[in-house]
Design a binder for this molecule. Structure first.
Ligand code: ATP
Length: 359
């Protein structure tokens, strides 16, 4: 099977180290609410950088993964609204439908079809050991009744998303690295079982902002689905809201500012956010930045973080308000994306079905 190095961490200037064209880049985000700073620093910002750096023969495919969203109960009306808002957000961060294929996952049935075929090869034992599954099910006491098959097989659908578009590179946050490893194993396993190079094992592009943590529980990642809205900064938050949330972020009562993710997770998360949000970084590491911040009070540190975050996302907020109200444009972007994605997926499905003996 095709050999590619399995993981690349982005360099500080955000350019990738592996650039052997032609590349196909695929990534997705669940339309489960307005994206937060973790989504932006951990994934979305890189989508835009990849778009602006892309060589002519690079294909960029970005999906709103609504089939993943329904692995947990969703209110149908709310989901429809979120799908629209998420599409407006992808345009607001700077994705260009003429350069990138932007589409809703459920518009392309091939994703679910390939998922089924891959499910017939996927090990349930392996899936049960996935960190995300363990995290999301940790509080469910009666596992047999409450836990849904779709949540267990979430990584199989994710593998299908990537493999159906023959992605060579997948930019994701650190929390998804394990799922991408699983996708590679499924691809290699499929190729081994059915022969040939039908599926391409993708390489993971890990963002330097590996995990932005919750402002309220800095041991947990910042997440769209956490019940406390003050635990995350949304890309639509006003300057005032950003300041209020950062001011109320959980830190500690130690004197001075130091970078120590184990010992001082709250303060270190703020330093991480500052470090990664700065558009013109003057420091080569968080430790170096922290040395310059050493004498600040917690209040001063929080003000500085709020200033930098506001500067880095205010243009997104303004642009989002513009796109959200242009329904015709949103519909036409979705239709254009679905048409391109359907063509891309059909090529893989033809090869897969023939390899398996379905056609
Ligand atoms: P939820 O927590 O509701 O499951 P989410 O906030 O994790 O959702 P996703 O849609 O699952 O969002 O993820 C979209 C992208 O954002 C993925 O590439 C994921 O790796 C990245 N991402 C999500 N949360 C963080 C975080 N806290 N720090 C860095 N990257 C993140």
């Amino acid at each position: 099977s095709r050999r590619v190095p399995s993981q690349t961490v982005w360099s500080r200037d955000q350019s990738t180290t592996v650039t052997t064209p032609p590349k196909t880049i695929f990534s997705g985000i669940q339309p489960t609410g307005v994206p937060h700073l973790g989504n932006y620093l951990g994934a979305l910002r890189q989508w835009v950088t990849l778009q602006s750096e892309a060589a002519k023969d690079t294909t960029l495919v970005y999906s709103l993964v609504d089939l993943h969203a329904i692995t947990v109960q969703q209110d149908p009306k709310q989901l429809q609204q979120w799908k629209k808002e998420s599409l407006a957000m992808l345009l607001a961060i700077g994705l260009d439908p003429n350069k990138s294929t932007i589409f809703h996952q459920s518009d392309i049935p091939a994703h679910a079809e390939l998922m089924w075929i891959l499910s017939c090869q996927a090990s349930t034992g392996y899936l049960g050991r996935m960190t995300q599954w363990k995290d999301k099910t940790a509080n469910e006491k009666d596992s047999s009744k409450k836990l849904k098959l779709g949540l267990l097989s979430y990584p199989v659908l994710q593998a299908a998303d990537v493999l159906v578009h023959r992605a060579t590179h997948v930019p994701v946050g650190h929390d998804q690295a394990q799922h991408l490893e699983f996708a590679r194993e499924l691809a290699n396993g499929f190729n081994h079982t059915f022969g040939g190079d039908v599926l391409i094992p993708p390489e993971t592009l890990i963002s330097p902002a590996r995990r932005v943590m919750s402002l309220k529980d800095p041991m947990a990642k910042m997440s769209k689905s956490h019940p406390n809205p003050n635990s995350r900064i949304l890309l639509t938050d006003s300057e005032e809201t950003i300041r209020r949330k950062i001011k109320a972020a959980v830190t500690d009562s130690m004197d001075g500012i130091t970078y120590d993710p184990e010992g001082r997770p709250g303060v270190s998360n703020l330093i991480d956010i500052l470090y990664h949000s700065d558009a013109h970084p003057a420091y080569s590491s968080q430790d170096e930045l922290a040395k310059d911040l050493a004498d600040l009070s917690m209040r001063e540190l929080k003000d500085r973080v709020a200033d930098t975050v506001e500067t880095s996302i205010k243009h997104i907020r303004a642009s989002y308000a513009h796109f959200l109200h242009d329904n015709d444009h949103l519909d036409s972007v979705a239709a254009q994306g679905a048409e391109k994605a359907a063509k891309s997926a059909a090529i893989t499905m033809k090869a897969v079905k023939s390899a398996v003996g379905l056609s």
